[in-house]
Design a protein. Structure first.
Lengths: 338, 284
């Protein structure tokens, strides 16, 4: 393994009772880069983070963070990491400031340095007004921001952010994104888990997609999009025509899906010059009147859904639902976006 | 690419090399102790078992039971105060079990475990904070006792020694409570520990009544109960009536020594056990 990797994992495996949470995960993050760890709920993202932050022991495989083995030298790893976990892991009965100072002191920063750093981070995350209120009274967004501030207290060279923007409003999300970008500008290495594809797309230098405890894709956002070359064809007809499916069948990759009212067709297609023209000609030859033709290039959402079989949680109202319906792997969602 | 540098690990060779680590451990314990003390200031009702309960128990026992329990060579209130101190301190160790269980059930334990701190500070800090609340409790018992007419008949040294004896026992017992808290499924089940274990432990003793009136087998249990030893020890040190002095069981003849031995024994067994349970509970 290259020496400049700040996070590296080989063949990590972990079982919780009957559940094989991880079945051989490899990761490598060079210094100063952001890795987006992407996957649906239950894919094993949090387990990866727990092992890399010394909270859980792997059943098999090896991992090193900042050059230290997570199993053999957990104390050494802890000196170099900051963690913002999924559950709020701060003390509800302490004020925001007291929480940060406690984290600093327990990290051997000393009282004065801890106080100064806390004041600075509270200002950075716009928590100065709430700094001396008990954390229990914070909103969800404020808690996540305080959690992030706690992770950054010691200016750790490696930062683990487990779904840092889950449940945040768009404004808070933007703030978190800005904070993460600033960190990498300072040379901090970040492992970020997320269910939000746009988040990984916006922040990550590389993306690893895991599903059911395995890595199913690994690359830059661009590489992943290119790997899924197929574009999506959406056709709206003036009225339902039985012959329409057959007419575009030769252009489609896989099945052509029809909406309930019979007017909308969707199919995967290979990107090619003049594709829309071919579609219209084929339908015209079959005597079908067309209202609209759309050829969409793949988004990271499409890549994700095609890789994971599209079982992203339904409550998620991030962009992605329409892609799921178009893909046809979730027939129950078809028409949801129409 | 990276502009951050890794901080070197503290040197760890020899006893002097370990000194920074020891100091660091002390700072971690102090940080955790302060955290738990802040909790108490935020939710003062949590403290009711060491503030209101001593007042309530003292008044109840002295004025309601006191008249019906004859004490040879003295008054019930002079007899009762050492028992009330033991009773209140023993039952308040429930707070250690509940507090630790609450910490383990929230996400906060993960935060501490990922910090470069001395992990046992979670336990030691808790025990120190609980010792401080025990001291507050002892002070309230003393003030209430003085208000209802309790008077020690000894110098300042032995009087303080009597309080210290019971406080040391309560501190040791808080490590037993820690073991319970580390093994309980929820803070609620940790609380039930108080009713199932601590109340019988406190009452099957000479704390509130002389053991001479108990059935033979129960008296034997009570005379060897560590609560009886520390209570009788405090009575002796305070110069208050101690009917147990007439009992031949060894701990009743040497209550201060017995109390110290019991407390030390409980501490050396329960503290390592608690740190073992903590490691087991937090390993996944």
């Amino acid at each position: 393994m290259p020496r400049d990797m700040m996070i590296e994992a080989e063949e990590l495996a972990k079982r919780y009772g009957e559940t094989q949470a991880l079945a051989g995960v490899d990761l490598a993050v060079p210094g100063g880069r952001i890795l987006g760890l992407l996957g649906p709920n239950g894919a094993g993202k949090t387990t990866v983070v727990r092992i890399l932050t010394t909270l859980a022991l792997p059943d098999a495989g090896r991992a090193r963070v900042a050059g230290a083995d997570v199993v053999a030298h957990p104390a050494e790893v802890r000196r170099h990491i900051g963690v913002a976990a999924q559950d709020a892991t701060l003390d509800g009965l302490l004020t925001g400031r007291q929480n940060l100072v406690l984290v600093g002191e327990l990290s051997d920063m000393g009282r004065t340095a801890s106080r100064q750093r806390a004041t600075q981070l509270l200002a950075q995350f716009e928590l100065t007004d709430a700094a001396d209120r008990v954390m229990k009274g914070y909103s969800g967004g404020m808690r996540r921001r305080l959690d992030l501030a706690a992770a950054m207290m010691t200016r750790p060279p490696v930062l683990f952010l487990d779904e840092p923007t889950t449940g945040l409003d768009p404004v808070s999300r933007q703030r978190v994104w800005e904070a993460v970008r600033e960190l990498t500008a300072e040379g901090v290495t970040v492992l970020l888990t997320t269910q939000y594809l746009d988040e990984a797309d916006a922040l990550a230098d590389r993306i690893v997609v895991i599903d059911r405890g395995r890595v199913i894709a690994n690359g830059t956002p661009r590489e992943l999009k290119e790997a899924s070359r197929g574009a999506r064809l959406e056709v709206t007809l003036t009225a339902p025509y039985p012959g329409a499916v057959e007419a575009i069948g030769s252009l489609a990759v896989g099945r052509v899906r029809i909406s309930d009212d019979g007017r909308r067709l969707s199919a995967g297609v290979d990107s090619a010059p003049g594709l829309a023209t071919s579609v219209v000609r084929a339908l015209d030859a079959a005597g079908v009147l067309v209202d609209n033709v759309e050829v969409r290039q793949p988004s990271l959402d499409d890549v994700f859904f095609s890789l994971t079989g599209g079982h992203l949680p339904a409550e998620d109202d991030q962009p992605g639902d329409s892609a799921a319906s178009a893909h046809g792997t979730r027939p129950e969602m078809e028409g949801a976006g129409a | 690419m990276t502009t951050t540098t890794l901080r070197p690990a503290p040197a760890g060779t020899g006893i002097l090399g370990k000194l920074p680590a020891l100091l660091g451990g002390g700072r971690d314990v102090w940080g955790m102790t302060r955290r738990n003390l802040v909790h108490i200031s935020r939710e003062p009702m949590q403290l009711s078992d060491v503030t209101l309960q001593p007042v309530l128990f003292t008044v109840l026992f002295v004025y309601i039971f006191g008249g019906g329990i004859p004490i040879p060579h003295g008054s019930y209130r002079d007899f009762a105060l050492a028992g009330l101190l033991a009773l209140n301190l023993v039952t308040s160790t429930m707070g250690t079990a509940v507090g630790l269980s609450t910490d383990l059930h929230g996400g906060i334990i993960d935060r501490f475990r990922a910090l470069p701190m001395w992990q046992a500070a979670v336990l030691v800090g808790r025990s120190f904070a609980d010792l401080m609340t025990s001291c507050i409790c002892a002070l309230i018992v003393a003030v209430t006792g003085l208000a209802v007419g309790w008077r020690p008949d000894a110098g300042a040294g032995p009087v303080i020694g009597g309080f210290a004896l019971v406080l040391f026992f309560a501190y040791s017992l808080s490590w037993v409570a820690a073991c319970v808290g580390l093994n309980s499924k929820s803070p609620e089940s940790a609380a039930s520990f108080g009713f199932i274990v601590l109340f019988p432990l406190a009452f099957v003793s000479n704390a509130m009544v002389p053991t001479q009136h108990m059935p033979g087998w129960l008296q034997a249990v009570a005379d060897w109960n560590p609560v009886s030893a520390v209570t009788a020890g405090a009575r002796d040190l305070w110069g208050n009536p101690n009917p147990s002095a007439a009992i031949h069981a060894w701990p009743m003849q040497h209550p201060v020594e017995a109390g110290l031995i019991w407390s030390a024994l409980i501490l050396v067994i329960a503290a390592p056990l608690a740190s073992y349970f903590f490691r087991r509970r937090t390993t996944e």
